[in-house]
Design a protein around this ligand. Structure first.
Ligand code: G5P
Ligand code: MG
Length: 216
């Protein structure tokens, strides 16, 4: 167990495994997983005001406007209170990174560096349980019953933005917007990069890194 609050950010292209690695971090170290994409998709499902605003942007592979996302994410961080957390999908550009920096002191930034050809193959097979954010992949992490969530038994769905043309746009946008964010965090000495083609190879290195950095 640890007592110090540990605040981490996980950065990686669409389909690089941020959600998958974050789930493992939650199970192993008990950090809270705060995923912008999951929060937005849950709001779309519930047809909230936030969901209505976010829907069109997500379907097109564009970013939801900063002011909406930043307000919602900083609000969620406040709700989490004094607990260790991992941010997944936020910040997504320099403006968001600065807004986060003005509020929180981040301890570590983990970047996932996965070749684009691997990602394009993966997202075709991705299925999600939208209410919880649980992620599956046919042939890698299959649900116990085909098409059903392991925990609730509810139907799995595919993401609107996993259509090949939208994935291509999201990858391009990621490279454009996140290179400066990663450079900015590197200047602050916060970045550790994990490269590879398979989560099973990357996870032991992430686990070791966290074991060394989450101190009692
Ligand atoms: P999201 O939801 O943040 P992305 O694009 O950042 O979306 P995504 O697609 O959720 O990221 P991921 O979480 O990095 O990808 O990857 P994952 O789901 O864990 O893994 C991908 C698939 O590969 C899964 O099926 C998994 O099981 C499988 N997999 C993992 N490892 C392996 C492996 O080793 N082998 C194999 N075969 N499979 C594997 O954002 C969505 C949209 O929301 C908006 C934007 O519109 C964005 O496009 N948004 C924001 N807008 C403004 N500001 C922000 N901060 C925003 N955040 C989100
Ligand atoms: Mg994700």
């Amino acid at each position: 167990m640890y007592t110090k609050i540990f605040r981490a950010v996980i950065i990686g292209a669409p389909g690089s495994g941020k959600g998958t690695i974050s789930e493992l971090i939650v199970k192993t170290y008990g950090l809270m997983h705060i995923s912008t994409g999951d929060i937005l998709r849950q709001n779309i499902m519930k047809n909230t005001e936030l969901g209505k605003k976010a829907k069109e942007y997500i379907a097109k592979g564009q970013l939801v406007p900063d002011e909406i996302v930043t307000k919602s994410m900083l609000g969620r961080i406040t709700e989490v209170g004094n607990k260790s957390y991992i941010l997944d999908g936020f910040p997504r550009n320099i403006a968001q990174a600065e807004a986060l920096c003005a509020r929180e002191q981040i301890d570590a930034v983990l970047t996932l560096d996965i070749p684009h050809d691997v990602i394009i193959d993966r997202v075709k097979n991705r299925w999600i349980h939208a209410p919880s954010g649980r992620v599956y992949n046919i042939g890698f992490h299959d649900p116990k019953v085909p098409g059903k969530d392991d925990v609730t038994g509810e139907a799995l769905t595919q993401r609107e933005d996993d259509k090949p043309d939208v994935v291509a746009k999201r990858l391009k946008l990621y490279d454009e917007l996140m290179s400066p964010v990663i450079a900015w965090y590197k200047e602050q000495g916060l970045v550790t990069t994990f490269m590879g083609r398979r989560t099973n190879d990357i996870w032991p290195r992430v686990e070791q890194f966290l074991r060394d950095h989450i101190k009692a």
